[in-house]
Every structure is written in structure tokens, then in C-alpha cells.
Design a protein around this ligand. Sequence first.
Ligand code: TEU
Ligand code: CA
Length: 585
Amino acid sequence: MSSPEQPSAPSSSVSTTSALLEREPGWWRSAVVYQIYPRSFADSNGDGIGDIPGITSKVDYLASLGVDVVWLSPVYASPQDDNGYDISDYEDIDPTFGSLADLDDLVAALHARGMKLVMDLVVNHTSDEHAWFQESRDPASPKRDWYWWRPARKGSTPGSESAEPTNWASFFSGSAWQLDEQSGEYYLHLFSRKQPDLNWENPEVRQAVYAMMNRWVERGVDGFRMDVINLISKQPTLQDAPAVPGRPFVPAFEQFANGPRLEEFLQEMNAAVGLDERHLLTVGEMPGSTIELARRVTDPANSELNMVFTFEHVGLDAAPGGSKWDLAPLRLPVLKQNLAAWQEGLAGVGWNSLYWDNHDQPRAVSRFGDDSPEHRVNSAKTLATVQHMHQGTPYVYQGEELGMTNTQFVDISAFRDIESVNYHAEATGLGLESETVLASLAARSRDNARTPVQWDDSSHAAFTQGIPWLPVNANYVYLNAAAAVADQDSTFHHFRELIALRHELPVVVEGRFALLLPDHEQIWALTRTLGDQVLLVVANCSSSPATVPAGALPDVSGARLLLSTHPGATSAELAPWESRIHLIG
Ligand code: TEU
Ligand code: CA
């Protein structure tokens, strides 16, 4: 696609492909989204890396699960420093994943089955190999101000220790500043050195992004998942964060997240791309967002985004004040009360996204469930039941419907993710024991979620005919899609039934949420109420039997049992990881 810098304003009548697919207002409220991490989903050409034709070959599998939308992690041109979240051309497809024609085929295949495609929008930063950045490296270039360039700290020599403009740490270890010898100045990169941050204060940057978005919508795309979108507005004067003894670079979230112009930019984007007008699905990934911010951003009256990904619940098992690597136990009351706070905080105004894992998080059943052979299936089912019966749009991460688990890493050489590799080097360099670091990585590394999808029990789980870029989890011999689809009692069919309930019952979509037994250490119980209908979910989220306290829950004697992990069980005794969904009235 050509990429003139001027935005093509949305035509008044939605044109071309995107008009072919009816998008009703608010359609995404009753939808279920399936996230595909293309590198690990299905490989069609034997190079060991998943690709778009591989995805297209699986659209009937996705349709049989019943999902409504595919969120496709980046497939754009990229040097793959951060597995595609470092984009060198927003309007071309990386040959690793295929071609624009392949993407058009995928859009057509999904639309033909009534499914939609949401693309990953990564515009807080580009790749350092993007033409924009290469032009920007010249101080005389009109694109110099498209990125954050700063001279060495006052009084210091470029390249000398602590000459970086601020003391900010990168999410991927080390400084968030990189010296560019060509100009003797530093550029900001909150992620890897190869991911320079765009300067959203510059209207030319914003217009170029909106133009690109419009062209994807005209190509038939039905929405965007917006990567770290709350980082695009930073505090305009770049200040040091409070120093931490012994650490040259420190987290500086308050300086570069949720800045003063965030909602202005989101509203400008919404108008320029017709996000509401065209009923596109928009979900903003917002690390560090609060309920208050999410309530404003997802309030339709503000014309910003439909929903956001919160990070609060996926931060509860980290030591207070520590990083994700500082593991801490998680009690069920803390988890369920956090989700309840988001339900209550957005009720009636905004809209929640609902997720347990994605390509950045460990596998749900290993983290929040019990992935032992005895409990893996029921804990995967029960985690899904609890999530899908909350109010909001559920996001199923590839393989979550199979109950895929974290993998085994023998040593640091087994890791591929830049975040993990850099953390290991930095932590051991600061004197942490390698065993401690490896234990944190085994529990939290993003590579846990990036092992190939397990399609059947043949070589490499039929993910590839070649050698997979990351080894397939050894449990594929029994944990795979073919076995799950053939077994009516599998996690796959449990997810399929949960998705069907959302499509059938308005109470699942619109029912008012209430948490019951908030302090119970094992039982997660909730209701959803719509008119005279009450949906009651009761779940034992533990690996031991649990007893429902007498009189604690609504009477279900006249209720319909819609879905259960243990059909026929009706007593107050719940087996480990047993869950039930009742419909009263
Ligand atoms: O992730 C942003 C983000 O917050 C991650 O750094 C997350 O906190 C971390 O991975 C969990 O430890 C998005 C993408 O989802 C991620 O894959 C990219 O690496 C990152 O942005 C940069 O684009
Ligand atoms: Ca391939």
C-alpha cells in the first residue's frame, strides 16, 4: 500500500470491504475475541515460524469454537527484535508471515464465516529501521521532531556514564535512552533500543498514524488493539524519577504514562478514523491504568475507546513495590475483589475487557489454576467459567481453550524473549543468584505463552513440518486440539459452551454483577441480574474440596443448571475446581 502522509478522512458512507460486513452499534459487547500470536499459531511453509496462511487454514477450527473476532498480534514488516512489536513498515506484511494478499485472504475467510479481524496497532514506538526514524536521525531533517531526541545530561559528555538525559529504565532493562553517534544525541526507547518512541506531541506524527489506520479499515479490518496506548502522552518536561540507591536506571511510570493529553489524542484519533462512526472494536492496552481512567476512556459519551486491558489483576502475584519477577503468593479474595472493583467501577458507564493471559503473560491454568494432571482440565474450565460470566468482552488467548500450560525451561539458553534474556543478564549482573532468576523466569517469562499451539500428537504437534522457532511443550502428546475436539468433556467444548451462552442469553452480556462470599478463600460466587433473571456462578477455585456455607447463596432448587464441570452434582459440597452456572427465573 502507498503511504501518503495525509489522512484519508473516513468517507461519509462507509465504503468498500468494510461495508460488506455489517457492524451493528455495540456489537463487541456480546462478542468473544480470540488472540492469535502469529509466530506460534500455525506454520504453513515449514520454516518453523507461524504465518498468515497457517492461520487461514484454521479458520474453521476458530468458527467451531464460536469466537467472533480474531485479534492478530503484529504481522507487519519488522526486524523481529520484539517479535514484531518493532515495526519498520505499518503498511506492508513481513515476509516471515506472508504477504498483503495473504492478509486479504484471511480477512475474506473470517468475514465469510461471520468473524471479524482486529489488528494490533503499535504506535507508541516504531522500529529503529522504520524510514521515519532513519530520516529523524539527521538533526536537519523535518522528521527530527517525530521522535524524542535530547542532548546528553547538562555538564556531561555524550556516551559517558550517567550522561543519559533522564534516569529512566527501559521495560527491557538498562537505560530508556540510547546514544546515536550520528548526531551525538540520545533517543528515547521505553522498550528495546530498536523501538524508539514516537513523539505524539507532534501533530504530523498523529496524522500519519491516523492515515495508516484509515487505510487498514478501508482494507476490511474491523478494529484495533492498541499497544501501550496510554504511553503516547508523556509528561512534556522529561524529569528524573526518584533515585533508587544502587540502581542507575529506575522505573519512571509517572513520567511517561497517562500524560495530560492522552484523552485528547484518543478523541482526535476516534474522530479522524471514524472509530465510533464505523463501529470498530477498539481496546487499549494500558499498563498502570486505574478504574477511574478506564471509566473515562470507555465511557461512550467521551468517544475514546470501547475497552481497555487493565494490568491490576496480573500484578497481584508480584511482591508489593517489586517487579513482575518478584513472585508473591496470591489469595483468592484479593483476586476476586479486584475483578469485582473493576465490574462495579465501570458498571453502567464503561465496559470491561476480560482476560487471564496473552502473549505477555504466563499460561492461565499454570498461574491462576492448577496444571497438575489431576486438576488441569477442571481448573482451566473453571477459570474460564468465572471469567466468561463476568460483564465485559472475554479474550481467549490461543491455546487457552485447550488448557495449554507453561513450559519447562532447562536454562537461560531456552529463552527467546528479549524481556527475559535482558532481565537475566541484568539481574545476575546485579548479583542475584541465577537459580532465583531462573525460577522467576520459569514462572513469569512471556515465552511460556509463546510455545507453539498444539494441534495434534504428531511431530511438533503439527505446528510445523520444520523445526519450531521455540520448542513445543512436551505435553502435546496428550494435550492438543485434535484430542480436545474429539472429547466432548474437554476444555475446548467447555469454552465453546461458554461462548454459546454469551450469544444466547442477554443476562450474560447485560446482567448487573454482584460478588458473593467476597472473603471466602476457596469459593468464587457471583450473580448477574437482568430483569427477573439471575445467573448464579459458584466455583471452587482451589485444589481441595469446599463447602458452600448454608444460606450463603440464592436457592437454586427451581433453577436451570446451564453448565457444570461435574454434571449431576448439586450438593453444597464442591469438588476441587468444580464450577456450576445456574439460571434462576
Ligand atoms: O506490552 C506492554 C507491556 O506493558 C509489557 O511490557 C508488559 O508489561 C510486559 O511484557 C509484561 O511483563 C506491549 C506488548 O504486548 C508487548 O508484547 C511488547 O513487548 C510491548 O508492548 C512493546 O511493544
Ligand atoms: Ca512459516
